[in-house]
Design a binder for this molecule. Structure first.
Ligand SMILES: NC(=O)c1ccc[n+]([C@@H]2O[C@H](COP(=O)([O-])OP(=O)(O)OC[C@H]3O[C@@H](n4cnc5c(N)ncnc54)[C@H](OP(=O)(O)O)[C@@H]3O)[C@@H](O)[C@H]2O)c1
Length: 224
């Protein structure tokens, strides 16, 4: 079955915006979801997505509303791209517990909540994919990035578990792990960019639409 709709979290700018535009160009009806409605509305107005829903991935109520609005206006969700994320930096002995929790809530619990919302429909239809945008930070250690890296290591583990759970339903889960991408997030770091959001979007589109089903559980690292 050809996928016809997608949800892209964090679709208002950066990698998520590029993914939404690329999926739209492939003919999918895309919902973009993030907290800043002006950015989402701009993407829709410019033709990069079909629907904007404002909310927070770490809120169960917002995620439930996201899926309800998507299904009502665009139909069943064939592809979820869990891309929303935040970068929290600081040495372990300087990080406040709420900063740690914020990172885990958005980068790890958010993808869990969104997957939890779409998976029942995908299982019932025996069709669908979840692509989690992790990071090369999900396989290495980086000073002053424990909250971020731990969330991404967790997201890779979550992806593998999801793939194992969903295989027998004909539903796939994959991760895409970029290196340094030219976005607002990277500008908070000392690292220079090695690629553009469009470079990463091509790999996310491959994972979501073109990769064989047997790729489920894979982590596609993207170094630019
Ligand atoms: N840039 C890089 O070098 C790089 C490398 C590896 C992985 N990544 C990953 O790629 C993903 C996208 O990052 P980016 O570089 O494109 O960053 P970005 O430009 O800062 O975009 C992040 C997006 O996530 C949304 N978002 C953040 N918190 C959210 C929340 N609680 N609920 C809903 N949406 C939320 C943001 O919108 P609002 O703030 O309006 O909510 C925005 O649309 C992230 O998961 C990041 O960890 C980035």
């Amino acid at each position: 079955m050809k996928p016809s709709t997608a949800i892209v979290t964090g679709g208002g700018r950066g990698i998520g915006e590029a993914v939404a535009r690329a999926l739209t160009a492939r003919g999918l009806a895309v919902t973009v979801f993030a907290r800043t409605s002006a950015e989402l509305e701009r993407v829709v107005k410019e033709g990069g997505a079909a629907l904007a829903v404002t909310g927070d991935v770490s809120s169960e109520a917002d995620v439930a509303r996201l899926l309800a609005e998507h299904e009502r206006k665009l139909g069943p969700c064939d592809l979820l791209v869990n891309n929303a994320g935040v970068l929290v930096r600081g040495a372990v002995d300087e990080l406040q517990p709420e900063q740690w929790r914020h990172s885990i809530e958005i980068n790890l619990t958010g993808p869990f909540l969104c997957a939890r919302a779409v998976v029942p429909g995908m299982k019932a239809r025996r069709h669908g994919r979840v692509v989690n945008v992790a990071s090369i930070s999900g396989t290495v250690g980086t000073p002053e990035a424990s909250a971020y890296n731990a969330s991404k290591w967790g997201l890779l583990g979550f992806t593998r578990c999801l793939a194992e759970e969903l295989r027998r339903y004909g539903v796939q889960a994959m991760a895409v792990s970029p290196g340094s991408v030219d976005t607002a997030m990277l500008r908070q770091t000392p690292f220079p960019p090695d690629m553009t959001p469009d470079d990463v979007a091509k790999v996310v589109v491959f994972a979501g639409l073109d990769a064989p089903d047997a790729s489920t559980g894979a982590n596609l690292e993207v170094y630019g």
